[in-house]
Design a protein around this ligand. Sequence first.
Ligand code: SF4
Ligand code: FES
Length: 372
Amino acid sequence: MTSAPESPVDPPLALLAELTHRCPLRCPYCSNPLALAGRSTELTTEVWLDVFAQAGRLGILQVHLSGGEPAARRDLEALVAGARSAGLYTNLITSGLLLDRARLERLRQAGLDHVQLSVQDSEPCGADRIAGFQGAHERKLAIAADIRAVGLPLTLNVVVHRHNIARVPELIDLALALDAARLEVAHAQYYGWGLANRAALLPTRAQLEAATAIVTQARERLKGRLAIDYVPPDYYARRPKACMGGWGRRFVAVAPDGAILPCHAARTIPGLEFPDVRQTSLADAWQHAAAFTHFRGTGWMREPCRSCNRREIDWGGCRCQALALAGAADVVDPACSLSPLHETLVAVAEGESASPPPAFRYRSLSEGPKIA
Ligand code: SF4
Ligand code: FES
């Protein structure tokens, strides 16, 4: 692929450090790619520490320590300490299953600033079925209490879909009961495992509208007590979201095997080469690599985006979704009503969400293609 013309760009706001793809849970909407990276390909502690030091020098403000399950890395405490001493605000995105109070205390002492804990539902049966792990929910409730007991701020994250969307009120109550400062209600996004399970997960439009109304009312009612973030699903939208805040504008991700990526799904786009953090600096990749410059800004756009007055608001939507649904990464995201494919997408959403849900295809390291 050829690159768009370069001009100096601001540094990214945040680094998404995907420390590992290993995870005890098997959620069917996992944002990891279908081709998961095996343990033998993971970066060493030293390389990650260097990445964090580079991120600090580049002017990045925050690191999201993510996975898979980042606590599957035995060196997590050392990584947190390294990120903190590089001047980064450290956020741990976790299922909680590999944590206990002693480890949380060590992480806090190492400089951890914040924990984002996922729950799959408000009731154990449904939650464990989604997670593909018996007893997961009960352990998550215990770890949420431990997070608060060691003095760490807590955000509760729940991915919503047709199997749990009716319990948004109970999920809000759960966030309050667990003393979370923030609740993120994020509709499942349909890439990777989510796309493979779309027909099992998509809610109906009526379910979506009911959940949106509940969140809107709760935001007002709980102002000052619980902040609620809401990520709507693309399939019923009229305009797409600015995926990652725009390609190569706010986020840089480093995959477990060292690939430097503009988003977690970017590797699905053929023709782009992603630099390896062991060979290319974060600054160099961000500023010059075609993987970042190619879809940065508006130069790559075709109509209808090229002449649209939202082109610098949503940046044409999501490149990976355009590829997955329209077969090309450089066309308007079909989530946009100006896409010629939009009506087809809505019909797919309405058809799939009204049909009986198929069985989940659970996330699995052993299934499907694997990065060595
Ligand atoms: Fe956004 Fe392109 Fe749709 Fe305009 S045409 S709203 S820029 S996706
Ligand atoms: Fe890659 Fe949206 S997930 S651009």
